[in-house]
Design a protein around this ligand. Structure first.
Ligand code: FAD
Ligand code: NAD
Length: 465
């Protein structure tokens, strides 16, 4: 039986990054993946394909709606949806191929097949042929799968999850989206931009309910302009497939039943940790009441040499959070003392305008009774935003009332996904709002809006509002 210092189960951004870091540290490493392609949810059916379609659909939407004003006339503009999906497939293929290359480069043994515990040190891999390997340390990085509601039968044709929504072979005329969270709004945007009538049914009284409520309002305003309809505070109670359509029933805030119908229904109500078939009973690994692998602050399970990372454990289901945990576990196994500040893991919604945030929301600060001050700056006051016709949105900075330390940054606007990195650096170094306001930001750039928001938080000193 081959022996390894580390066996990583699952090749998503948590697993493959962990394997690379282990190899960099000189640990003999194997990576087990049940599918033929590496990269997990993120590369195959998540981050990368969704962003490919978000970009394509945004190009089309701009060409259809903004080019004329820019002085560009187009004739016979139309969507070639099959080509759009084909390009997305190409992007995924190339990205996944990159991971194969990285595994070879780092001399990581990749074993394809379903990994399961035979004991707490022996992993069985069932595939075309069965293999058993021995591990000093095991990292469970098996990720997550789409969640649903108990009464919904996902038929993968008309009642679909994000996985199918990334691979449709026709453009829906109408799509009902159940859940106004990040998947619903990103994929809802893709289809709304391409001309699909999109209606979002959300249980809470606002969309992206875990983010700062000012961002929910800003994004909803922009998405309404795109033509998306929202039904907030609605509890879905029935979803039925008819031949080529889907009917949905939900109770509104007052308890009145509302009916909806469309040719497709996207269910995006969250994801569930994936632990099927791992044989945890043979290894003594415990799960919590939500099916997540229980870990301590060092990401160790109930067995100290078995670690778990990414979507399969507590915390945000984000690729970069999984990556950080993968690196941390590799370094812990190597005897180092790494640390993750979960408060500084940014959150992004890749709609247009984009929404990005780091640190505390205003709602959290209120709940914690933390004395804070607010500085905001709207993109309509930014010269750069006017030049590119991207004037929707706002940046909001929350700082400690006494010390001026930045506690949270919330952006809804153009390129917010990239701009949030400056706020992460600032908060990592415990910058004050005044620190940022005294740093030169190139003109004209969208980043000036961040500086203006920090000026606004510093004695209301914004220049351009
Ligand atoms: P996964 O990526 O889920 O990988 C787990 C891997 O383990 C899979 O390949 C699976 O096949 C394998 N596996 C499972 N069980 C076994 C077993 N027993 N044996 C062998 N292999 C096994 N996050 C972001 O940060 N930014 C985004 O823009 C973003 N967009 C997203 C868009 C969509 C549509 C979706 C669905 C998700 C998106 N996410 C995004 C979330 C992101 O994809 C996940 O947080 C991330 O992939 C989690 O990484 P992971 O390594 O924990 O697990
Ligand atoms: P989510 O948790 O972001 O949103 C689910 C939404 O569904 C919430 O607004 C919730 O209130 C609503 N909901 C729950 N039950 C409902 C019901 N019965 N009726 C109506 N609405 C209901 O989950 P998601 O959008 O499915 O995404 C899953 C995970 O994938 C997220 O945790 C996210 O971290 C990750 N993801 C991240 C990105 C990104 O980083 N850009 C993109 C896509 C997915």
């Amino acid at each position: 039986m081959d022996k390894y210092d580390v066996v990583v189960i699952g090749s998503g951004p948590g697993g493959y990054v962990c394997a690379i870091r282990c190899a960099q540290l000189g640990l003999k490493t194997a990576l087990v993946e049940k599918y033929n392609s590496l990269g997990g949810t993120c590369l195959n059916v998540g981050c990368i394909p969704s962003k490919a379609l978000l970009d394509s659909s945004e190009h089309y939407h701009q060409a259809a709606h903004d080019f004329k004003e820019h002085g560009i006339d187009l004739k016979d503009l139309k969507v070639n949806f099959k080509q759009m999906i084909e390009r997305k497939r190409g992007v995924v293929e190339q990205t996944v191929g990159g991971i194969d290359f990285l595994m070879k480069k780092n001399k990581i043994d990749v074993i394809h097949g379903l990994g399961s515990f035979e004991s707490d040190t022996v992993i069985k891999i069932s595939g075309e042929k069965e293999t058993k390997i021995e591990a000093k340390n095991v990292v469970i990085a098996t990720g997550s799968k789409p969640g649903s509601l108990p009464f919904i039968e996902i038929d993968k044709e008309r009642i679909i999850t994000s996985t199918e929504a990334l691979e449709l072979d026709e453009l829906p005329k109408k799509m009902i989206v159940i859940g106004g969270g990040v998947i619903g709004l990103e994929l809802g945007s893709v289809y709304a931009r391409l001309g699909t009538e999109v209606e979002v049914i959300e249980y809470m009284d606002r969309i992206i309910p875990t983010m700062d409520s000012a961002m929910s309002k800003e994004l909803m305003k922009s998405m309404k302009k795109l033509g998306v309809k929202f039904h907030l505070s609605h509890q879905v109670k029935e979803v039925k497939r008819n031949k080529k359509s889907v009917s949905v029933k939900a109770d509104d805030k007052k308890g009145n039943e509302q009916s909806f119908s469309a040719d497709y229904c996207l269910v995006s109500v969250g994801r569930r940790p994936y632990t099927d078939g791992l044989g945890f009973d043979k290894a003594g690994v415990e799960l919590d009441d939500r099916g997540r692998v229980v870990v301590n602050d060092h990401l160790q399970t109930s067995k100290s040499h078995i670690y778990a990372i990414g979507d399969v454990v507590r915390g945000a289901m984000l690729a970069h959070k999984a990556e950080e945990e993968g690196t941390m576990v590799a370094e812990l196994i190597n005897g180092e003392q790494p640390h993750i500040d979960y408060n500084l893991i940014p959150n992004v919604v890749y709609t247009w305008p984009e929404v990005a945030s780091v640190g505390k929301t205003e709602e959290q600060l209120k709940e914690e009774k933390h004395a804070y001050k607010v500085g905001s700056f709207p993109f309509k006051a930014s010269g750069r935003a006017r030049a590119s016709m991207d004037t929707d949105g706002v940046i909001k900075v929350l700082a400690d009332k006494e010390t001026d330390e930045i506690l949270g940054v919330h952006m809804c606007g153009p390129r917010a996904a990239d701009m949030i990195a400056e706020a992460v650096v600032a908060m990592e170094y415990r910058a004050t709002a005044e620190d940022i306001s005294r740093m030169s930001h190139a003109h004209p750039t969208f980043t000036e809006a961040f500086r203006e928001a920090t000026l606004a938080a510093t004695d209301n000193r914004a220049i351009h509002i």
